[in-house]
Design a protein around this ligand. Structure first.
Ligand code: NAD
Length: 296
């Protein structure tokens, strides 16, 4: 029997409706809307699309969006000065600096300059550390979205055998930490892992965050496993010449074996922006000294 499809669009829409209600309560209790500032340096078309859709989703959820667009030749000192200004701005609860940044700017230095309480991407070392020790953190949006889908699909993850392929600071490592926090037994696999297929075959939960089109084959998957495909890869189409998006998992093969699987597109992708809104509301509540609602 073919695997169940995990519908990230529907899950993200349901979450965004709940977030809009929480955003209304926040505004009613504080007299101001929660605010997200986005910073885009340069004209990269893909980054422009991401930033604009983040701004639109923020406004649709009843929050304020402040967008800052800087020229491609912006000096690092000027970007750092803008980050400082946003750190001090009481209307701003979340700061998102869109990556990648142009070569003259050190991204690590910029991330380091963001107030950890406003670091809604969860990339600051303070938030990574807080996640690692199990303290309240702002957690990177994509792995947080994956965890949300997994818990909706499986409920309790305790004791499950989980394999995460990829060890980036943005996806793989925080994903592993979140799964550990749910008491799963976690293996992190990466480019130097020996016999990756055998390790994947152990997994009740398999998260692929690699960036290699359709690398994970059907016979790497344990029958009945839940597969979360984070990969977004653009490949040339076969006949009509148009490109198409595929994940890191060979979807048609995997669907014959897995118990449940996220499609690409329409799986993990939509959850990322929803979790950015969620993180902004969490940051806003903490900054205002309000209790963070439990269903966020
Ligand atoms: P990255 O390049 O920073 O990390 C990739 C990881 O894969 C590395 O840790 C590397 O060790 C591992 N890897 C590379 N080749 C491998 C191999 N042959 N076998 C096993 N492991 C291997 O990438 P990232 O930022 O973590 O992103 C991963 C994928 O997720 C990309 O396709 C990216 O586009 C996608 N992504 C999607 C979203 C979303 O919203 N859905 C968000 C972020 C990233």
């Amino acid at each position: 029997m073919a695997a169940a499809l995990i519908d990230g669009r529907a899950a993200a829409e349901a979450l965004r409706q709940r977030l809009a209600i929480t955003a209304d309560f926040f505004r009613a209790s504080t007299g101001r809307a929660a605010g997200l500032a986005t910073v885009l340096v340069g004209e990269d078309p893909a980054s422009g699309v991401y930033v604009r859709s983040k701004g639109k989703a923020t406004r649709e959820a009843g929050m304020q969006s402040f967008s800052h667009q800087l020229p491609v030749d912006t000096r690092e000192a000027d970007l750092l000065a803008l980050v400082e200004q946003l750190n001090r701005d009481e209307q701003v609860d979340g700061i998102l600096v869109q990556l990648p940044l142009p070569d003259q700017i050190d991204a690590a230095r910029v991330i380091d300059a963001i107030d950890p309480a406003k670091d809604v991407d969860g990339f600051h070392v303070v938030n990574a550390g807080r996640l690692a020790v199990g303290a309240d953190a702002l957690v990177p949006c994509t792995p947080l979205g994956c965890l949300h889908l997994l818990k909706e699909q499986l409920g309790d993850l305790s004791g499950a055998e989980a394999v995460v392929i990829g060890r980036s600071n943005i996806v793989g490592k925080p994903m592993a930490m979140l799964l550990l926090g749910e008491s799963a037994t976690v293996t992190i696999a990466h480019s130097r892992t020996r016999d990756l297929p055998a390790i994947c075959r152990r997994a009740d939960i398999l998260v692929a965050a690699v960036g290699r089109p359709e690398m994970v084959r059907g016979d790497w998957i344990k029958p009945g496993a839940t597969v979360i495909d984070v990969g977004i890869n653009r490949v040339a189409a076969d006949e009509d010449g148009k490109t198409r998006l595929v994940g890191d998992v060979a979807f048609d093969e995997a669907r014959e074996v897995a118990g449940a699987i996220t499609p690409v597109p329409g799986g993990v992708g939509p959850m990322t922006i929803a979790m950015l809104l969620r993180n902004t509301l969490v940051a806003a509540h903490r900054r205002a000294g309000l209790k963070v609602p439990e269903d966020l």
